[in-house]
Write a protein that binds this ligand. Structure first.
Ligand SMILES: NC(=O)N[C@H]1NC(=O)NC1=O
Ligand SMILES: [Zn+2]
Ligand SMILES: [Zn+2]
Length: 447
């Protein structure tokens, strides 16, 4: 009889295809056996009774900014990865910016990889940057294992990560296409946003609503249309991050129908917060593109339900509380939301419980789709030979999120004060329990 490292018994096993009751056996970090409606007879070193719990494939957050190296006073790989573990996320893709140096060449990538091996308690992967200065470095980044490339069409807010001009877009996308990689894009129009922001500020209009109106949905649409044209001209595979409105998604849908190789992400904040929250909560809820109105939020849920959204990533872009202060002028203060710990909570509470979003869809959006899209062939589902990245959730447990529950370097988030239904109980990374009952259980090599 087999003797496994770990058996998780009697859980409701959630994948993109089904929810079934069964046992999962883990050996050497991999799923060794999945038995549906029948107990695994073997024994294990460690057994977890998952009766009454749901077992999800560990979430893959394809969009976080962990700021290390170089800006660790904002966040770090240790605090960032601990917050992910607490939220049921077992793999992250770190964006190339907000760390210094940014991930725009091989040396900087290696630096980040080394630090992650020492400090992260979940699986790290990395985006490379596309900036006007680094076309010649794209190949080495690709050869050293970046997920893909990320570019900003409008200023990034970070001095050492410049946004791309049309020439860089064309040259970069041509190169990325020839490498067989893909480009993820922050798509807002610099011209539209800059003009509107200048006008607003010169008129002394600096409210939350003014800030939001200075970055309208049409600015996203304009940038998305333009980058789609470049994708069609170069054959480069495209991924649009953080679409804030279904109107943006519709442009992408239309391109998909034409045969353009394009996918789209939205974020939990566009599915759970509105301009009203920005007005009430202040800078803590400031992000770019900005939060939209209630009708846009509801429409975005329709896009999710219809399968028009490919992945949901947190765009965790943290900063110290002092940088989130706006003192009445919403054009000031850092744009970026701390939220990576709450992605599954939001999708369960606002999606599954409030809007009947099937659990299978949540598993698709947070695990199966990103795994497939970004080539993580051993991740994204619960099946034999896949990595044992698993998240155990009690769907019957509710809790109100408090600042002290957060594992971020800075314990603030616009989600604090919200009541969530569905609580992450245990997170398993490569077969190892890293989070259990509110506590991080994995020791670090260096901390
Ligand atoms: N630099 C950075 O993290 N920017 C992010 N913040 C945000 O709100 N949107 C972004 O793209
Ligand atoms: Zn962005
Ligand atoms: Zn981002």
């Amino acid at each position: 009889m087999n003797n496994y490292d770990l058996i998780i018994r009697n859980g409701n096993i959630v994948t993109a295809d089904s929810v079934v009751k069964g046992d999962i056996a883990v050996q050497a970090g991999k799923i060794a056996e999945v038995s549906v409606n029948k107990a695994i007879e073997a024994k294990a070193e460690k057994e977890i009774n998952a009766e009454g719990l749901h077992v999800f494939p560990g979430l893959i957050d394809s969009h976080v900014h962990f700021n290390e190296p170089g800006r660790t006073e904002w966040e770090g790989l240790e605090t960032g990865s601990r917050s992910l573990a607490a939220g049921g996320v077992t793999t992250f893709f770190d964006m190339p910016l907000n760390s210094t140096p940014p991930t725009i060449n091989k040396e900087n990538l290696e630096l980040k990889r080394t630090l992650s091996e020492q400090k992260s308690i979940v699986n790290p992967r990395f985006w490379g940057g596309l900036v006007p200065e680094n076309i010649e470095n794209l190949k080495e980044l690709h050869e050293n294992g970046v997920i893909g490339f990320k570019a900003f069409m409008s200023p990034s807010g970070i001095a050492d990560f410049n946004n791309v001009d049309d020439e860089t877009i064309f040259k970069g996308m041509t190169e990325i296409a020839s490498l067989g990689s893909l480009l993820a894009v922050h798509a807002e129009s610099t011209v539209i946003c800059d003009q509107l922001a200048q006008k607003k500020q010169s008129e002394g209009k600096t409210s939350a609503r003014d800030f939001v109106e200075s970055r309208p949905i049409i600015s996203e649409i304009e940038a998305v249309r333009r980058i789609i044209s470049y994708a069609e001209a170069t054959g480069c595979k495209l991924h649009i991050v953080h679409a804030s409105s279904r109107k943006v998604v519709e442009v992408i849908e239309e391109a998909k129908r034409r045969g353009v190789d394009i996918t789209v992400e939205t974020c939990p904040h566009y599915l759970s917060l509105t301009v009203k929250d920005l007005e009430e909560k202040g800078g803590i809820a400031k992000c770019c593109p900005p939060l939209r109105d209630e009708d846009e939020l509801e429409d975005l849920w329709v896009a999710v339900a219809n399968g028009e959204i490919d992945v949901i990533g947190s765009d965790h872009s943290p900063a110290p509380a002092s940088m989130k202060e706006i003192e009445g002028n919403f054009f000031e203060g850092w744009g970026g939301i701390s939220g990576a710990q709450s992605t599954l909570n939001i999708l369960l509470t606002e999606g599954y419980f409030k809007r009947n979003l099937p659990l299978e869809k949540i598993a698709a959006l947070t695990a199966a789709n990103p795994a497939k899209l970004f080539g993580l062939t051993n991740k994204g589902t619960i099946a034999v030979d896949f990595d044992a990245d698993l998240t155990l959730v009690n769907l019957n447990e509710s809790f109100e999120l408090k600042n002290e529950d957060l594992f971020y370097r800075h314990q603030h988030s616009p989600y604090v004060g919200m009541t969530f239904k569905g609580n992450v109980k245990t997170t398993i990374v490569n077969g190892e329990v890293v989070f259990e009952n509110g506590r991080i259980t994995k020791e670090l090599i260096i901390s």
